[in-house]
Design a protein around this ligand. Structure first.
Ligand code: HOZ
Length: 428
């Protein structure tokens, strides 16, 4: 049972000093009601709140914690790196090692540049695509979230969708006039956009498995169709693998689905829990970046040695043993258990999952797009969320976020989660 006295006191104080009391909107619990708890520490699959509650965590700091929290190898790497200095602002050997690790895992990446967040990675990839193709228009899909850069904050998922502001105030219409927004999993819509804008589209950016409107999968042949259409038109295919990179497979969604994009964006796992992002792709495109080419992109802390050390340790851990098969096993256990729990409780749930990412929607219709996701009963989700939290299970505080399993989740953790869900669903 979650107690909240310390958290409530801290949140009241935070509200006086931080907008909404949080440093990123999705943390505010507005999608489910109530107030966020504060966390003092996290280890393995659990977070410990300031009130002393230990929760089984499926947020995993929104994706990075694929090995669970405070993995010994990552902590040791950060400590060791810190002894040599926290930032140099000049090349360091760890950046080269990181670039080689990303390239080795993701064959579509010929060269890669580090950033400080996924937002920066996607923003930079778009600029690069425009500079390389010398075209202005981009296609994105509704419900996909590529960070909060102006031209991408249109019909966006994640917090923007949760709080009903998928198009943000403060973004002039002229900044997004070149952004074409289409529904996901609709090949005809993309075909029509290319037909209406021949030779004008710089690229398509998408989460190959959208995880910012819950989680839904690309339908059979969809990614292949995008690859073909972009190739035929001379536009670039940009995979935002900030969430899926190194998670759905070592080579990300592009390995899992067998598609080779022109550019890819990364973040989360490659920073081992420290702030990081990266974008990479075909060398001839990447070489358009300054100082080689005319597309400017920069960052004081890009390639930061602590972030590189943490990320390298995280990626090296993924190479050991059977991380991905373990994640798939746990995911299969969770999927089967949740579907059975819903069935027994007589609650209509679409439990979508892909690798170690998942989302349950409270609807009787399959979810393949944002329009489908919007059919989910969000009041029911909120009740479910709070029921699970009371049972010691922390899910993302929004219907429009994905859950993440880590290698630290044990069979017993999943079992406890399913048992809790079975009880909570009977109360919905
Ligand atoms: N992309 C993450 C949520 N889906 C970021 C978390 C945040 O916005 O704080």
């Amino acid at each position: 049972m979650v107690t909240r006295i310390q958290s409530e006191t801290l949140f009241a104080e935070a509200l006086l000093h931080i907008p909404g009391g949080v440093n990123s909107p999705v943390r505010a619990f507005r999608g489910v009601g109530g107030q966020p708890f504060f966390v003092n520490s996290a280890k393995g699959a659990r977070v410990t709140t300031v009130d002393g509650d230990e929760l089984i965590d499926y947020v995993g700091t929104w994706g990075p914690a694929i090995h669970g929290h405070a993995h010994p190898a990552i902590i040791a790497a950060v400590k060791a790196a810190a002894d040599f200095g926290t930032s140099f602002g000049i090349p360091n050997p760890l950046e080269v090692r990181m670039a080689k690790l990303i390239k080795a895992a993701v064959p579509s990446v010929g060269k890669v540049r580090m950033t400080n967040s996924g937002t920066e990675a996607c923003m930079s990839a778009i600029r690069l695509a425009r500079g390389f193709t010398q075209r202005d228009k981009i296609i994105k899909f509704d419900g996909c979230y590529h960070g909060h850069a102006d031209s991408l904050l249109v019909k966006a998922g994640s917090g923007a969708l949760t709080f009903g502001h998928p198009d943000s105030a403060g973004v002039p219409a002229s900044f997004t006039q070149h952004t074409i927004v289409l529904p996901f999993n609709d090949v005809d819509a993309v075909r029509a956009a290319f037909a209406a804008n021949p030779g004008q589209i710089a690229g398509i950016i998408l989460e190959p498995v959208p995880g910012n409107a819950g989680l839904y999968l690309p339908q059979l042949g969809y990614l292949e169709a995008l690859r073909e259409m972009t190739q035929n038109d001379g536009a670039l295919l940009i995979f935002d693998e900030v969430m899926t990179g190194f998670r759905l497979a070592r080579g990300g969604a592009q390995e899992r689905f067998g598609i080779r994009p022109d550019l890819s964006c990364f973040g989360k796992i490659i920073g081992g829990g420290l702030p990081v992002g990266a974008f990479g792709g075909r060398a001839e495109i990447m070489d358009c970046l300054a100082p080689l080419g005319p597309v400017y992109q920069a960052g004081t802390l890009s390639g930061n040695p602590l972030a590189m050390a943490a990320g390298i340790a995280a990626l090296e851990e993924l190479e050991k043993g059977d991380a991905y098969s373990k994640l798939e096993e746990r995911a299969a256990q969770l999927r089967a258990g949740m579907r059975e729990a819903a069935l027994l409780a007589g609650v209509a749930v679409q439990f979508n999952s892909c690798g170690s990412m998942f989302c349950g929607y409270f609807t009787d219709k399959p979810v393949h797009s944002l329009a489908d996701a919007m059919h989910s009963d969000r009041a029911r989700f909120a009740k479910y969320f709070h029921g699970m939290l009371a049972a010691g299970i922390y899910l993302a505080p929004s219907q429009f976020e994905a859950g993440f399993i880590s290698t630290a989740h044990t069979e017993a953790d999943i079992d406890a989660t399913v048992r809790a869900a079975a009880k909570v669903m009977k109360t919905l």
